[in-house]
Design a protein around this ligand. Structure first.
Ligand code: ZN
Ligand code: ZN
Length: 292
């Protein structure tokens, strides 16, 4: 690779889906194409390793990072949207956390009396939930809270990040990155169609790329209002209004097999096409790499 190529590569953005499933891991033959692991998305921006959520997908990410680093220390930031199981359950299996010399900065909401760290510690209590206690983790793990609106704008290295509360039971944060290739937004878990839609619309406006919770179809969401997830129809509508360039349907329902997800993607594209929108729509697939 020439030095020019290296320069270009370093200013590029890479996004990798390690877990795209909502609620609970769903391995098996009927989900093998889209994947069964819960939320974990890796972003490489301006040389930073940024990971959103530690669902079960983070186990495989850990293996890949160890291979890539070849024994050198790993530094990364884990952005936590919220602490529902499907967004933290993989952390006890994240091998880099066990290794001395690695540095992990966890940033997220302070929703519990004992903070974000308390939630991570409780799921690794050494007895009830997991055999190995949090205290034995060798990496330097720091927790940083997003307490209020003043904390919604921050930087990870040179990467400008914005957080935005979503509509989800117990609260949750969406995150947006300003990159050389435009605004990249992660919006999950979020219930579409609520009163705070204008605020969300502003947050995702003109996104180069939007990854959004599209767990339900239009009939499923009617019986699951208040559960905190989006519907395909409403997410496509929202993304069209926001003039997003590219939409990835995310947080796939555990009951939706590969064929059902194919159908929902086709449905999403039909809605956009009927509306005359040129937005590219894809469905997030575990193992997929996006290069901007
Ligand atoms: Zn979730
Ligand atoms: Zn949730």
């Amino acid at each position: 690779m020439s030095s020019d190529q290296q320069k270009n590569a370093s200013s590029g953005v890479i996004i990798r889906f390690w877990g795209v499933r909502g609620s609970i891991p769903t391995p098996g033959p009927s989900t093998v194409r889209y994947g069964g692991n819960t939320t974990c998305v890796e972003f490489r921006i301006n040389g930073e390793i940024i990971v959103i959520d530690a669902g079960s997908g983070i186990r495989s990410l850990g293996g890949a990072l160890l291979k890539e680093s070849a024994g050198k220390p790993i530094q990364l930031t884990l952005l936590n949207t919220h602490t529902h199981w499907d967004h933290i359950q993989g952390f006890p299996f994240f091998a880099p956390a066990f290794i001395k010399g690695n540095q992990i900065r966890v940033i997220g909401r302070n929703s519990q009396p004992d903070g974000l760290k308390g939630v991570f510690e409780k799921q690794m209590d050494g007895t009830r939930c997991f055999p190995v206690p949090f205290a034995v983790l060798g990496a330097e793990i720091d927790f940083q809270h997003i307490e209020n609106e003043a904390d919604h704008h921050f930087q990870i290295g040179s990467v400008k990040v914005e957080a935005c509360p979503t509509s989800h039971p117990g609260g949750c944060l969406a995150y947006a990155f300003e990159t050389d290739h435009g605004r990249v937004v992660f919006l999950s878990d979020h219930e579409t169609g609520g009163a705070d839609e204008p605020r969300i619309l502003e947050f995702i406006k003109d996104a180069r790329l939007l990854i959004a919770d599209a767990q339900y179809d239009s009939s499923e969401i009617t019986s699951r209002r208040g559960w905190g997830h989006g519907s395909v129809d409403e997410v496509v509508d929202l993304a069209i209004k926001a003039k997003a360039q590219e939409l990835y349907l995310f947080h796939h329902d555990p009951t939706h097999d590969d064929e059902r997800l194919d159908d929902l993607l086709a449905h999403a594209r039909a809605i956009a096409s009927d509306a005359g929108a040129e937005m590219v729509i894809k469905s997030a697939v575990e193992g997929m790499d996006i290069h901007l």
